[in-house]
Design a protein around this ligand. Structure first.
Ligand code: ZN
Length: 247
């Protein structure tokens, strides 16, 4: 499973970058996880838009869904502007916010399908299992498995031991780190760097990638703050185009 960071900013993208978006690939199957502002522009550096097979949305905050309309418009124009035949695409989201789920649809350009925490979702070679997070709106973390690799994505959440245990066994944990150690991330439904490190420590994952990073302070400081909580884990921070193949 190849993982590529398309965007990693909290709230809005800084110049030339994107809010939340992650590309995962196995063989020729490509899934975009979250589609925040700037993602559709940045994604084209790593994949043709025609080659995206599925999109999974964790929740309906704008920094995770702001560019879904751009993807709809690409799909609308694709038959006119692209030589590649149009393949079906499914956008998956939860239905706990019916208006948010409805917003995933646009004419007949894509199919939408609801996921729940009750049953795993199969999409190509990937199996997704969803876990409710602690956030002001319904939001789901996800464990993503292939035959050879496991990825866990926290999505947006305050610290939760249940989520940390769910992440156990992952080869890579992508965890949000919206606040610095000492701040009150939980008040906003987010984690600090220290809490992201605690999550990695409890889960005993070999590799932690801090993401959903804030627009202030020194992100390098966050790596140290997290690492103190999980000394046996490799800790990095997300950047545009950061990539790793899990196996
Ligand atoms: Zn959010």
């Amino acid at each position: 499973m190849k993982v590529t960071v398309i965007g990693y900013w909290h709230a809005f993208p800084e110049a030339g970058e994107a809010a939340s978006g992650y590309l995962i690939e196995e063989g020729n199957f490509r899934v975009l996880i979250d589609c925040g502002s700037g993602v559709i522009s940045q994604l084209q550096q790593y994949s043709d838009l025609e080659d995206i097979d599925a999109v999974i949305i964790s929740h309906y905050h704008n920094d995770h869904i702001g560019d879904i309309g751009a993807f709809h418009y690409f799909r609308l124009l694709q038959p006119v502007i692209s030589d590649k035949p149009q393949q079906p695409v499914t956008i998956y989201g939860h239905k706990e916010d019916p208006a948010g789920f409805e917003h995933l649809s646009f004419k007949n350009t894509i199919t939408t399908e609801a996921y729940t925490a009750d049953s795993p979702l199969e999409a190509g070679p990937f199996t997704f299992t969803f876990f409710k997070t602690i956030h002001p709106v319904p939001c789901y973390a996800m464990k993503i498995q292939t035959e050879t690799a496991v990825l866990f994505y926290s999505a947006d959440t305050a610290f939760s031991t249940e989520l940390a245990h769910a992440a156990s066994g992952a080869d890579l944990l992508i965890a949000e780190s919206t606040a610095y150690k000492g701040e009150d991330g939980a008040a906003f439904g987010h984690m600090t760097s220290e809490e992201a490190g605690q999550m990695a420590g409890l889960a005993k994952v070999p590799h932690l990638l801090l993401t959903h990073l804030p627009h202030f302070g020194d992100h390098e400081q966050m790596i140290g703050e997290a690492k103190n909580e999980c000394p046996d884990t490799k800790v990095e921070k997300a950047s545009s185009g950061w990539s790793k193949t899990l196996s």
